[in-house]
Design a protein around this ligand. Structure first.
Ligand code: GUN
Length: 295
């Protein structure tokens, strides 16, 4: 017999608003002490619609907390060498605390080479191997924004993690892999027994059903169904997809990697889409920028 639990919504918008108020207060202090607020630059290559939306939200979030922001739009046709030289300029710019190069990059550019060229002290995305290494070793550095935002959300709602089985679905460098490291660390949130599941995992539903904490970053709309989730699980949905919907004025609705309506009644807590992980990711980028400014 299945026991229905009432679920708590892990509201990333609310948690973000609270954290961003603290960031805004710190930004004022920085401005008073140094004559300028923290400053983030975002590099956008080409005109991919989703990337444009993400970058614009990051710039808007900077304005919202009193940071300075610079959006650098570069043409799709830019060469790898030209982009590398822009990165080197940004590394040297003393008026700039941190910057990001929005991914994905056009296929003629080697994204790894670009990431390697970013000064680790300005790498507020936490993608440079020095920052990834520091994360793995538990040393100070920049944590990648999405996994770090998920940790902040779990902390904000005091979700118990010690000794829990955390299943992460998806092994990307940006989300799944770092998430699995952070949840296994001897810290809070952390101290989980972690399983990192991916496209080659055999009998994935049997694995996800063991999860006390299920973090899904697979990039497939509605991939996680109710039968894949244990009663009482905490579910974190990293996916965000535009689904055509003629009944909406916009012509689409947003959906995550989890079938929210079917899964939520089984959960003790779950993130909505939108308004769950998304706002927390941007808040983490702001926190990293503040940290870079104070280095
Ligand atoms: N593309 C998708 N997520 C991210 C992110 O967090 N940072 C950058 N730079 N690109 C992305």
């Amino acid at each position: 017999m299945s026991v229905l639990t009432s679920h708590q919504l892990l509201d990333g918008k609310r948690a973000s608003d609270a954290i961003r108020r603290e960031i805004a207060a710190k930004a004022l202090e920085v401005k008073a002490a140094r004559g300028r607020p923290p400053h983030l630059a975002a590099v956008l290559v080409g005109s991919d619609g989703a990337s444009q939306t993400y970058v614009e939200s990051k710039v808007k979030a900077c304005d919202g907390v009193g940071f300075r922001s610079t959006l650098i739009r570069l043409p799709e046709t830019i060469s790898e060498e030209e982009l590398l030289s822009r990165v080197k300029q940004l590394n040297k710019d003393k008026e700039l605390d941190g910057f990001i190069v929005q991914l994905p990059l056009p296929s003629h550019i080697d994204a790894d080479r670009i990431t390697l060229a970013i000064d680790p002290a300005k790498d507020v995305d936490g993608f440079h191997p020095v920052n990834v290494g520091n994360m793995v070793l538990g040393l100070p550095g920049f944590l990648p924004a999405t996994p770090s935002g998920i940790c902040e959300l779990l902390r904000h709602y005091s979700i118990a993690t010690v000794g829990k089985h955390c299943v992460v679905v998806g092994r990307s460098n940006i989300v799944g892999t770092p998430m699995s490291i952070l949840m296994g660390r001897n810290a809070y949130p952390g101290n989980c027994t972690v399983t990192l599941a991916h496209s080659r995992t055999v009998d994935l539903p049997a694995i996800t059903r063991q999860a006390d904490i299920l973090i899904v970053a697979i990039g497939k709309p509605g991939f996680i169904t109710a039968d894949m989730v244990k009663e009482g699980a905490v579910v974190v949905d990293v996916g965000i997809h535009r689904i055509p919907d003629a009944t909406r004025k916009s012509g689409f609705r947003l959906m995550g990697d989890v079938q929210f309506d079917a899964v939520a009644p089984k959960c003790s807590a779950i993130t909505p889409v939108p308004g769950g992980v998304g706002p927390m990711t941007i808040t983490s980028l702001l926190l990293n920028t503040l940290k870079a400014c104070l280095l």
